[in-house]
Design a protein around this ligand. Structure first.
Ligand code: FE
Ligand code: CA
Length: 514
């Protein structure tokens, strides 16, 4: 599973001993917390057919971060089959250490497939809230359906997490988070404010994550479902690419140091498996999870290994947009992705992706005659996009569906090897979700959108409202509901289904049915 050599010194041996389940009894730290250590809630993630990872992070004083906390602190965990935690089926102990910001990541195995479980933690006389989670179906089982939601982009300052409150009440197997879990900068039109101006050190990223995690609606959504997470740019800074800084670093700042700090804090604050523990300045976030015979979720990383955005990351196209040497996932991950697409036997192959794949051609608003594109999206990496389609053509995965974040608007469309040729065949569906809060309530662009839809006939739907997608996979179809809330600047607004889309088994592409 993992090698002891992959860990750094002291942290490594603590974690390794926990994960090999040889109970290491360390000197018990003081049990007295100044306040509730579970203020950041609980979470679960990366379900397997026999388990999942459980997460919490001790933070009696989230504002101060880790300062003054004993090291290590013992945390006990339990997993039960009932909500009142009477029928405990697994329990154990893990050390929360300052090297990991007093976060814990418990990999639970040996459970039954396709089942709901409940969990909680105890530390120093305090008990956490109870979380609910679910294992994936057995590898060879034919489940009737798999239900998931996907979301992205939750700038804390732009609004309240009404969307999370709504998803928490849905009946789902898993929630996919596609990036921009936190933002590194202040924004205009805010309804609440970041405590930190602009995090750049590990301590600052930790405290910044803590502020997000203090939100009760976000906590409710984590506690209700297992999540499958990936980051995009703002978890580090806007529009970074591999080792190239984006828009937030002051001139001369060591970007790699910022990236290392951001990855570390990200791992510490997410329900990720030990395989994602950062090492060698890098974090392993791309991975593929089987969900019985019906589904597979493949998470890609389009930030950490990508080439620098072409054409100065502007809107104006230049020849470099077509450069064959440009990669979005990095060549190693491209090979991995092609292998997954070749070997998968799932009926529905959902790919959790960060930035829009479909071409989105626009005419410049200042009256120029050449179309413009967003160079941070796959439009800036057209050769890499061709290789992505080639991987689908060669691997022939059943029903590939890409779910995407980033743009703070809903775009539903058909993916084609040549977007500019009407007869080019549809090879996959792409559902681009809107934001949870980023950009505030969203603006309808009317005339401008009509023009974009005319220029991009493979796109079938656009909406600027906030919300999420709720999808159900069955043996015959994928039904995707666009769920929207009327406002994020007002607390407690409810979600309604604004539109419904169908993708039929064996028929690539998507149709709006409602
Ligand atoms: Fe965003
Ligand atoms: Ca960006």
């Amino acid at each position: 599973m993992f090698s002891r050599r992959t860990f750094l010194g002291a942290i490594g041996s603590v974690i390794a001993s926990e994960y090999s389940r040889s109970v290491t009894v360390l000197a018990q730290a003081s049990n007295t917390f100044s306040a509730d250590p579970f203020q950041l809630g609980v979470a679960s993630g990366d379900p397997a057919w026999d388990g999942f990872v459980l997460w919490t992070r001790l933070a009696p004083d989230p504002l101060r971060g880790d300062e003054g906390l004993a090291n290590p602190i013992h945390v006990r965990w339990e997993v039960a089959t009932d909500e009142s935690m009477h029928h405990v089926v697994k329990r154990g102990q893990i050390a929360a250490v300052s090297e990991l910001g007093h976060s814990v990541h418990v990999e639970v195995s040996g459970l039954k497939p396709g089942r709901k479980y409940f969990y909680r933690f105890h530390a120093g006389g305090a008990t956490s809230p109870i979380g609910r989670t679910k294992t994936a179906p057995a590898l060879r089982s034919q489940q009737d359906s798999t239900k998931f939601a996907f979301i992205s982009c939750q700038h804390y300052e732009n609004g309240y997490y009404n969307v999370h409150r709504e998803i928490a009440q849905d009946d789902l197997d898993v929630v996919l988070f596609l990036g921009d879990y936190m933002y590194e900068h202040h924004t205009k039109n805010s309804v609440r404010r970041h405590r930190l101006d602009s995090p750049s050190t590990l301590d600052e990223y930790r405290r910044h994550h803590a502020q997000y995690k203090e939100d009760v609606d976000l906590q409710a959504c984590h506690a209700a479902h297992p999540w499958l997470v990936t980051f995009d740019d703002h978890e580090v800074e806007d529009n970074w690419a591999s080792t190239n800084p984006g828009h937030a670093s002051p001139k001369g700042e060591d970007f790699l140091a910022r990236r290392v700090a951001a990855f570390q804090a990200y791992y510490e604050n997410m329900p990720l498996r030990i395989a994602s523990l950062p090492k060698d300045n890098s974090i392993k976030i791309y991975r593929s999870l089987p969900y019985g015979q019906l589904a597979r979720f493949t998470v890609v990383d389009t930030r950490q290994f990508r080439s620098k955005q072409p054409c100065d990351d502007g809107r104006k196209a230049c020849a470099a947009r077509m450069d064959a040497g440009k990669t979005m996932m990095g060549f190693e991950q491209e090979r991995w992705f092609a292998n997954v697409m070749r070997s998968t036997t799932a009926k529905w192959n959902t790919v959790a992706n960060q930035v829009m794949i479909a071409q989105l051609k626009e005419m410049p608003t200042n009256g120029g005659s050449e179309p413009v594109y967003n160079m941070d999206q796959w439009d800036g990496y057209t050769a890499a996009r061709q290789r992505l389609f080639a991987a689908l053509a060669a691997g022939k995965p059943s029903n590939p569906v890409f779910v995407t974040g980033d743009v703070h608007q809903t775009w539903v469309g058909n993916l084609k090897p040549d977007f500019d040729v009407p007869s080019s065949p549809v090879v996959a569906t792409e559902l681009v979700g809107t934001s949870v809060t980023s950009g505030g309530n969203g603006q309808v662009h009317g005339q401008h959108i009509a023009e974009i839809l005319r220029l991009n006939p493979h796109v079938v739907y656009n909406d600027a409202r906030r919300g999420y997608f709720r999808c159900e996979l069955t043996s015959s179809e994928m039904r995707s509901e666009e769920r929207v809330v009327s406002s994020v600047t007002e607390k407690g607004t409810k979600a309604i289904t604004a539109a419904t889309f169908l993708t039929k088994d064996g028929l690539p592409g998507v149709t709006q049915v409602n």
